[in-house]
Design a protein around this ligand. Structure first.
Ligand code: PGA
Length: 232
């Protein structure tokens, strides 16, 4: 199923979450009368998870810890995300990798997320000037646990230089890179990096794009709804 994911990052408050859930739910209820082929997943900051009322969409956490419970001040267990209503968790986002998260840690977090029954979205992507294959193959090799399967893991290809910049790879590059990742992992592959209403239709029509991970443009529910509408 094509996944349309909204990553709010460190944004939002209870009023924002309430309005977002109401508008998104109403829109999806109307759309689902004719079509039910998309899985919409919203990733709010963890404190907003219990407040985000899911109507026709799912929700997830933006990160989790690699241990179940214990003396780990400030960390969040995937079991706690699950209790707060999450069905998914994003792992290894480039903003976390930039803050020092290693691929080995991402794999340990993913293995713990599986135990909690969460589906993981494992992010990979090269920085500007880096070689796609060298960086992404290494990230895939070390970040995706042996126990990963289509049932519990989705990969998100997000070139770091495309995140929040308004710049995207060419459609031909997206097609080729997503195909390479799918071939290596045998997993569903999302694209992320400057997806907006104007380019969502074209990017989502690429055969090897099995979903979109959207940051900035998901922060306005209206722009997120236009993205959903522009995907056929
Ligand atoms: P962006 O972010 O859509 O703002 O480029 C994507 C992401 O960080 O997942």
């Amino acid at each position: 199923m094509f996944i349309i994911a909204a990553n709010w990052k460190m944004n939002g408050d209870p009023a924002f979450a309430a309005e977002y859930a109401e508008k998104l739910g109403a829109h999806l209820a109307q759309k689902n009368n004719s079509q039910n082929s998309h899985e919409v997943v919203v990733f709010p900051p963890a404190p907003l998870l219990p407040l985000l009322k899911c109507n026709g969409f799912k929700k997830g956490g933006q990160d989790c810890y690699h241990k179940e419970y214990g003396p780990f001040t400030g960390e969040i267990s995937p079991f706690m995300l699950k209790d707060a209503g999450a069905e998914y968790v994003i792992l290894g986002h480039s903003e976390r990798r930039e803050a020092g998260e290693t691929s080995e840690l991402v794999a340990a977090k993913a293995a713990n997320a599986y135990k909690a029954g969460l589906k993981t979205i494992i992010c990979v992507g090269e920085k500007k000037g880096e070689d796609f294959e060298t960086v992404v193959f290494e990230q895939l090799k070390k970040s995706v646990p042996f126990a990963a399967s289509e049932a519990n893991t989705v990969i998100a290809y997000e070139p770091v230089w495309a995140i929040g910049t308004g710049i995207t790879p060419t459609i031909a590059d997206i097609e080729q890179r997503q195909t390479i990742i799918a071939g290596k992992t045998k997993l569903q592959v999302l694209y992320g990096g400057s997806v907006k209403p104007e380019n969502a239709g074209e990017i989502s029509s690429v055969a090897s794009v099995n979903g979109l991970l959207i940051g900035g443009a998901s922060l306005s529910v209206d722009s997120f709804l236009s993205i959903i509408n522009n995907i056929s």
